[in-house]
Design a protein around this ligand. Structure first.
Ligand SMILES: [Zn+2]
Length: 300
């Protein structure tokens, strides 16, 4: 049974990949990365209680519950008004958002948090180390020398093992540093496809910033994510962060498959095997990085 499902999945993937001149994810990540109007995509429903409402290159996920809603990341300017209008477009009142959970302290993920917090009254959630980064970003000129970006005020600080319950969701947080000194990974997200629940995760960011200590930290973090059991749905923080680069793995490609899904077809976002493969690759790459950094350190 499992084999049949996987074959069905991959045949759709390769058909989609063959018809496009380049994978959609690559177009959004590279070819038209700076084309603002092109990046403003329509929101789409991924599960009964989950929507993709971000621009093309960076994810914003909206999880709905009967007691209020949760946003994962916020994108950045000039896309924040669009994110807010996308929330309305999927018939959700921004005022019903209770939490904004930030994956990590890079502007492309948190840049809309202050404005969306103002529109919603939501609590903004991040780990201590990333709050520090956010505060630093807000205290100096932006990348082009203009005024400092607007940043949210330090609000909810979470740490390894903390939990958050809302409307039947029981989220569990992990600190998985490396990509930044903080990095918030959220497990225990339950998404529904009809009556079937699936376990989803937001891995807050992989890779490392450079140096042996960071490489070792990123290896520990990848190992920690590998310990999380039962992940069926990977809510990628970038649409293009597929298991193998662009083809077949990204949010947008799966979104296309979802559009043409027929009754009885498997859900294209339910793919534990690809998630496991991705985690394994991250572990291998982190282990390699540790070796490279050890050699560099020894040569010094
Ligand atoms: Zn980042």
């Amino acid at each position: 049974m499992v084999v049949v499902l996987l074959l069905g999945f991959y045949s759709v993937t390769s058909a989609a990949a063959q018809t496009a001149a380049e994978p959609l994810s690559k177009t959004y990540r590279v070819t038209r990365a700076n084309d603002v109007e092109f990046q403003k995509i329509e929101p789409f429903k991924v599960f009964d209680n989950l929507y993709y409402i971000g621009p093309g290159y960076v994810s914003v996920w909206l999880l709905t519950t009967p007691e209020g809603n949760i946003l994962f990341d916020t994108a950045q300017e000039p896309y924040v008004d669009r994110v807010i209008s996308n929330i309305r477009k999927v018939s959700v009142d921004p005022k019903t958002i209770k939490y904004i959970i930030l994956s990590h302290g890079h502007l492309d993920h948190f840049g809309g948090a202050a404005k969306i917090q103002e529109a919603s009254g939501a609590r903004v959630v991040a780990v201590e180390q990333d709050w520090k980064m956010i505060e630093q970003v807000g205290s100096r000129p932006d990348a082009k020398g203009g005024p400092a970006p607007r940043v949210p005020k330090r609000d909810m600080v979470v740490k390894e093992g903390d939990t958050l319950s809302l409307g039947g969701q029981s989220l569990k947080f992990h600190q998985t540093p490396g990509h930044t000194p903080g990095v918030l990974t959220t497990e225990g997200i339950t998404v529904y496809d009809g009556r079937t629940p699936y376990k989803a995760i937001v891995w807050g960011g992989a890779g490392y910033r450079g140096g042996l200590a960071d490489a070792e930290e990123s290896l520990q973090s990848a190992n920690k994510v590998a310990q999380i059991q039962g992940v069926q749905v990977n809510l990628q923080i970038h649409s293009w962060a597929g298991d193998d680069g662009y083809p077949g793995g990204g949010v947008l490609e799966r979104g296309m498959m979802l559009k043409s899904r027929k009754p009885g077809d498997p859900h294209p976002f339910v793919d534990p095997a690809t998630f496991a493969k991705w985690v394994k690759r991250a572990q291998d790459e982190a282990a390699k990085a540790v070796e490279v950094e050890k050699k560099k350190a020894a040569a010094r």
